[in-house]
Design a protein around this ligand. Structure first.
Ligand SMILES: Nc1ncnc2c1ncn2[C@@H]1O[C@H](COP(=O)(O)OP(=O)(O)OP(=O)(O)O)[C@@H](O)[C@H]1O
Length: 291
């Protein structure tokens, strides 16, 4: 049997547990009779996408993102349209896609999975030309991801701190949302597009989202008074937001959004920028993953 060729793409800056020596763990936990592996290290933001595309062109069957959802997004983007499958060694602070795909969070166990991986395909979302694999969103979640990036420290505690601080001043924006036969004139506090069920850290924004159903789960929160903010927080933690009545849920393959004033958006937790028109769609089963 020829050995499975795997390329690991390591973001040296990701996550809160940077001290773990990933190359040593790969040497220790891969079965080198079954797997031939290489490690590429990213040198700048965006580099993982280029390295992933290069690894796919070099014939690697699996290209593994070693990092958080930002690195997973870059590697996934680089692999779209190629014959290589995406793997994940989760080393971020949220690890939304890894958690959704039930990749072990402990690095040795995650690495050992590549000795005999399972292959499956997942849907891929796109917002204004930016692919996403886990979630994208407009409004408060995007605003918090922008402030979080500027916060200097990572992790859930910083995220919650930033969200609580920004909650005091963030205001909703009037929007028009069109999908299928529906047209909603509403306000956007948060409009999330979920391919996977969670933002990361087991915060379940769309607990019923199926990453293989050919549909995005839309989660709309038009206003967030304190009572509802508490219920949304609980719903994220308990995974019962759809039952809570604190958010509206829809499913769609394609969505158009017009906003009264420019609104920030994120893909997979990384802030992208502002726009006042959004086209969001989903391509079914567009990416192969190895888990
Ligand atoms: N060598 C590098 N130098 C600077 N930035 C990098 C480098 N490699 C990758 N990046 C950028 O770092 C960003 C954050 O990485 P990543 O998401 O993997 O880690 P994280 O932010 O700690 O995890 P999480 O997204 O789970 O919070 C990525 O979007 C990527 O663009």
């Amino acid at each position: 049997m020829p050995r499975l060729r795997i390329c690991f793409i390591l973001n040296p800056n990701s996550g809160t547990n940077r001290r773990q020596d990933v190359p040593a763990l790969i040497t220790q936990h891969l079965d080198h009779d079954k797997v031939a592996s290489t490690i590429y290290r990213t040198q700048y933001a965006g580099h993982a996408e280029e390295l992933a595309r290069q690894a796919a062109a070099e014939g690697y069957r699996v290209v593994v993102a070693v990092g958080g959802d930002g690195t997973v997004n870059e590697v996934g983007r680089g692999l779209l349209g190629t014959a290589a499958a995406l793997g994940i060694v989760p080393r971020g602070s949220g690890n939304g896609l890894a958690r959704h795909l039930r990749v072990p969070l402990a690095l040795p166990a995650a690495i050992r999975r590549f000795n005999a991986p399972d292959f499956q395909r997942i849907d891929v979302g796109d917002i204004n030309g930016h692919p996403f694999f886990c979630t994208a969103g407009l409004g408060f979640d995007a605003h918090v991801s922008k402030c979080f990036a500027a916060a200097g420290t990572r992790g859930l505690a910083t995220y919650v701190q930033v969200a609580l601080r920004e909650y005091r001043t963030f205001r909703p924006t009037p929007i028009q949302v069109t999908f299928g036969e529906k047209e909603l004139d509403t306000n956007c506090y948060i409009l999330a597009f979920a391919n996977a069920a969670q933002y990361g850290n087991n915060a379940y924004i769309a607990p019923l989202a199926d990453i293989r159903d050919g549909l995005l789960d839309l989660v709309l929160i038009d206003a967030l008074p304190l009572w509802r903010a508490v219920r949304v927080g609980l719903g994220l933690a308990l995974g019962d937001l759809p039952k809570s009545g604190a958010a509206d849920f829809h499913t769609a393959r394609q969505v158009h959004v017009q906003t009264a004033t420019p609104l920030g958006f994120h893909v997979d937790g990384d802030y992208v920028g502002e726009a006042s028109a959004f086209k969001v769609d989903l391509t079914p089963l567009a990416l192969e993953v190895a888990t």
